[in-house]
Design a protein around this ligand. Sequence first.
Ligand code: BG6
Length: 509
Amino acid sequence: MISHKEVESQVLVIFGASGDLTSRKLLPEIFNLFRKGYIPEDYAIIGVGRSNYSDQSYREKAVINNKYFKKKEKRSKEIQKFSELVHYISLDTSDPSAYAALKHKLQQILPGHPDPNVIFYLSTPPMLYKTIAHHLAAHDLNTEKEGWKRMIIEKPFGYDLETARALNIDLLLKFKEEQIYRIDHYLGKETVQNLMVARFSNSIFEPLWNRNYIQRIEITSAESVGVGNRGGYYEGAGALRDMIQNHLLQLLSLVAMEPPNQMSSEAIRNEKDKLFQSLRPMSATDVKKNVIRGQYTSANVRDKQIVGYREENGVHPTSRTETFAAMKFFIDNWRWAGVPFYIRSGKRMPTRVSEVVIHFKPNHLQLFKNEGSDHAHNILIFRIQPNEGILLKFGLKVPGAGNRVKDVNMDFQYDGLTQDYVPDAYERLILDCMQGDSTLYARGDSVENSWEFIDPILKAWKNDPDIPIYGYPAGTWGPEHINELIEGEDMAWRNASTNLSHDGEYCEL
Ligand code: BG6
């Protein structure tokens, strides 16, 4: 079970109904909710797109023949019942008068609910967000006379601080902040939510969770894949915009925020926002010193020839878009003053892993250091993916003579909780929106405040041609220089030394 809250009758309108996200994630995850009994009796989905489909032909395409539904599911009776909830309307989103047909469909679709509760899911290119919001409003589809109206939007929320602000202003002209749900799928991941639970429901962690006991915190999100067929989009984004501004800063806020005074959406999001406000802004000199960017180059990885980023489809042959970024920064508040934080994210790394690593300070007196010990300090790792879990490293005595201390692991893995089902991020987040819970969605002011931190980095990169972009061979942990970011002797990024064998070369691009 993922929630016991009531789910009211409602309609989900998906703009971008023939898009990849709709078939890959949205419909399969809503089907999961349906099977588990979370979908209310009076419920309908309306797919909206430019292509021409009848209700039936859309059902065939988006549900019955959708390759992202498992074969077994497709044969079940439930799939037939589920597909009957799905409808389609062809509409040119840029034509304001076309929305009259959508309004009419909404008035008819649930008998007895002429003004139903509605979620508008904007699974479209972001440049359409303003247009759709304004055209919906022109037909009164933003007002909540009887039924509530909510809108989910996908990242990117802006391209930089200025465009993020402009987007917020545009949306807030027609929808209230409480109606806008900015989805960040990292917040729907189980271990991400567990950061809060681990911190605030265990008396052993929170007393240590501060500058007195923590030496540094690392957040890593590595992907082994490259940009694939998304070169066109990625060229205008890069790792900083694509992963760090949103997913990884959201993660950071849960790691570092103050305890909320209650578990309400507003209380939690207030604390997250305060954290974003405390990020120390970087000057152009800080960016040079504390941020490293890289781009993967071709290499032979595990006997397979991998092309470099510049050879990918849709990518300019002299592109300076980063596929890797790493940075060191500080949070200027009482809890974290002086503690360095490190974030890195990249494509074509040796493996796919996302984790938060808390490095505790070593004991003041190292009683066992002359006994050949290899234990330096305690480390707590939240593994977001894969193999979600939590791991604590601590020192224990090696059996036998002397007091040699060795690192051992206390390892908890989610799949050990066999009876408990771990929902996919989208399943959890969509259900939250259906129930009006915005806790795991990003609030407008936080989005702006996180851009406020990222913007000077983007500007410095744009304005200073002397800031290098390093090439790193596909299949490695990014530019070699990233260890120079880590403060303190003998310290390195976790795992950063376990490069796979590759025959590419590090270089400055
Ligand atoms: C998306 C990015 O938001 O997150 C992708 O646009 C990235 O580039 C993806 O691959 C990573 O998500 P996950 O859940 O696979 O870690």
